[in-house]
Ligand binder design. Structure first.
Ligand SMILES: NC(=O)C1=CN([C@@H]2O[C@H](COP(=O)(O)OP(=O)(O)OC[C@H]3O[C@@H](n4cnc5c(N)ncnc54)[C@H](O)[C@@H]3O)[C@@H](O)[C@H]2O)C=CC1
Ligand SMILES: O=C(O)CCC(=O)C(=O)O
Length: 430
């Protein structure tokens, strides 16, 4: 059995962790959050770091490091994705777990927050190797995940297939009578393996909905508006798909391999077909020209959708941004320094914990269906998702107007106040 290390510290350091803590501090100061509750929310509950060996296709054994950080479970089981990327480390997992706590609280879900992943570059491994890595990671986590304890889901470079491997491995460790009742140990599964209709598009659809609700408030017609998207994976593609369907035009895209642009428009569906035949990359797409990555955020557009990694919009490139709206599909794409610049310029930001919350809401629907032995149709899932997204958006937008604060601070306040209420009502910290 691989050794699990458990710590309870959350040191402040530059990067995503520093950003999420500063966002939290800002909101907590405004509402004068109860000091004891603040202490609890500042630290993560549990942190698991696992090292595990996996045999590669060439017969050699490689050692991998995986992480799962459980930030808070005052509102329900820990919930959040697993990321496979070279930048995954303990601080990234802590930051992303904290954002999950605020996100699930804001969305009114019966969940806490967690996040994790494996530090690796998945492009370097075969599908067989990725399957063995995922299965060994699942064994290493053991009963530290579970359908009523901590429920992983897809994130960067993980997908329904990854979730199916986790499900299968987790179930194989359970006695026969418990196997079929544990389907909800992960969400974002393939439909045939207990997944839900609509979870594939839930995050991107939610991103689109928040843009639509914002445009309604501002009396802006999305038809003919230009948008740019960083990241053309699950979130970026689906957000672009729904924006294009609404009549907006995608004029630039950036992925891990480079950036392309075309002021006349880039067809979302044609680009998707191209990436499928091009190892997932947008590079070389004939109906667009390539641009320097450093120019990407400064391109002319109305709406900018960062849907890749954290800390992409920084003090360095924020000044160049021409969009009047940033819709954060990614977690933590805008650092605190950049946000100050953007807000001064009058650029509005739909914050990640609201903008991309469609994903975890879709996961909640999958979890409920598994628990209750139900199967919902796509239109039912999408209608329920839209209702929940509208409720969250309206609360954030109204709070932001009433208190004369930006939407991120408003979203944090709503999320933290729900947690504060839970702790106070439980009588722990009157
Ligand atoms: N999948 C989900 O349901 C949810 C994802 N998110 C967040 O959305 C973001 C994207 O996640 P997914 O779409 O699921 O991942 P994905 O793995 O499907 O796609 C990631 C995309 O980002 C691109 N990318 C990676 N590194 C990049 C870089 N340095 N510069 C530009 N592009 C880069 C990749 O080439 C790919 O196109 C992440 O921040 C994730 O945490 C948030 C909520 C839910
Ligand atoms: O679907 C989920 O449970 C979580 C998705 C996720 O990782 C996120 O919202 O950042």
């Amino acid at each position: 059995m691989t050794t699990l290390t458990k710590t309870q510290r959350t040191p402040r350091k530059q990067g995503m962790l520093d950003n999420v803590m500063r966002q939290f501090d800002h909101a907590a100061d405004i509402i004068q959050l109860n000091g004891n509750i603040r202490k609890i929310l500042e630290v993560t509950n549990n942190e698991f770091v696992v090292h595990f060996p996996v045999r590669m296709d060439n017969g050699e054994v490689e050692i991998f490091t995986g992480y799962r950080v459980q930030h808070n479970n005052a509102l329900g089981p820990y919930k959040g994705g697993l990321r496979y990327h070279p930048t995954v480390d303990i601080d990234a997992a802590r930051a992303l777990a904290m954002w999950m706590t605020w996100k699930t609280s804001l969305a009114g879900l019966p969940y806490g927050g967690a996040k994790g992943g494996i530090q690796l570059d998945p492009t370097k491994y075969s599908q067989e190797e990725l399957q063995r890595i995922t299965r060994r990671f699942t064994y290493a986590l053991g009963d530290n995940i579970g359908p009523e304890l901590d429920i992983p889901a897809p994130d960067v470079n993980t997908n329904p297939q990854t979730m199916a491997w986790i499900l299968d491995t987790y179930m194989s460790t359970k006695p026969p009578a418990e196997r079929s009742t544990n389907m909800h140990v992960v969400t974002g599964k393939p439909i045939g393996a207990g997944g839900s209709e609509g979870r594939d598009r839930a995050t991107g659809y939610g991103v689109f909905l928040t843009i639509k609700f914002w445009a309604e408030q501002k009396k802006i017609d999305l038809r003919d508006k230009k948008f740019i998207v960083q990241g053309f994976g699950n979130v970026g593609y689906w957000a672009a798909h729904f924006l294009e369907k609404e009549g907006a035009t995608m004029t630039a895209v950036q992925d891990a391999y480079g950036s392309i642009a075309n002021d006349e428009g880039i067809s979302v569906e044609k680009l998707l077909e191209y990436t499928k035949a091009n190892k997932g990359s947008i590079q070389g797409y004939a109906s667009a020209y390539s641009v320097e990555n450093s120019e990407f955020f400064g391109l002319d557009c109305d709406i900018c959708v960062p849907a890749a990694l954290g800390n992409q919009i920084t003090g360095k490139n924020a000044k160049k941004i021409k969009a009047y709206l940033i819709a954060e599909g990614a977690n933590g794409p805008t650092d605190v320094g950049a946000e100050t610049i953007l807000l001064k310029k009058g650029i509005e930001i739909i914050p990640d914990i609201l903008c991309n919350s469609g994903g975890v809401i879709g996961s909640y629907f999958e979890w409920l269906q598994n628990k209750n032995g139900e199967i919902w149709q796509l239109d039912e899932v999408m209608a329920k998702l839209e209702k929940k997204m509208r409720e969250s958006f309206t609360r954030v937008f109204e709070t932001s107007k009433e208190r004369n604060i930006d939407m991120r601070t408003a979203a944090f306040i709503i999320a933290i106040e729900r947690l504060e209420e839970a702790y106070v009502q439980r009588g722990i910290f009157p």
